[in-house]
Design a protein around this ligand. Sequence first.
Ligand SMILES: [Ca+2]
Ligand SMILES: [Ca+2]
Length: 156
Amino acid sequence: MRYRENPSWQSVYLDAVRDFLKSHGIADPKVRITLILRIDLEGDGEDEVLINATNYFSRRDEVPMHAPKRGSYSIVMLRRVVAGKVQTQLLAGELYSKADASNAPNIYKIPAVLDLNGDGKLEVIVHSFYYEGGQTTIYRCEPDKIEAALSVECGV
Ligand SMILES: [Ca+2]
Ligand SMILES: [Ca+2]
C-alpha cells in the first residue's frame, strides 16, 4: 500500500467539506471527517486527497434505519489539482439538506485504495451500507472525470 493516513485533520480539509456541504444546501454544516488519505492516484508525483466525512447525528459508525435528519450526510470527496487549480469533487455519497422521512440513508467508507487492474493507477474502493445491506463500488479517477468501474451489491 502506498498511501499514508494523515491523522492531523487540517483546517483546509474541514473548510473544503464545509464549503461543499454549504454549496449543496446545508446552511450550517456540522463537519465530521472520518478519514483523510493523501495518495498519488495516478503516479504523477502529485498527491491527491481523499476525504471521507459522515454525520448522521448518531453514534459513530451507526447507520440510522430511516429518516436522515436535516443536514446529515455521508460523502467521499476527491481533492486534487487540475490544470493548476485545486478542485474538490464528490466521488460518492449522499446528503440531506432537509429531513427525509422516506429514505434509508447510507454510510460511505473507503476500505482500500488499490491498483486492481495493474495499470499503475490506483482505484478507489468505496463501500456503502445501510441498515440491511451494502454495496461496493470501484472508482477510477481519470484526470478529467471520475467513473464507477464496477459495482457489487450485497444484502446482509
Ligand atoms: Ca497524482
Ligand atoms: Ca489501476
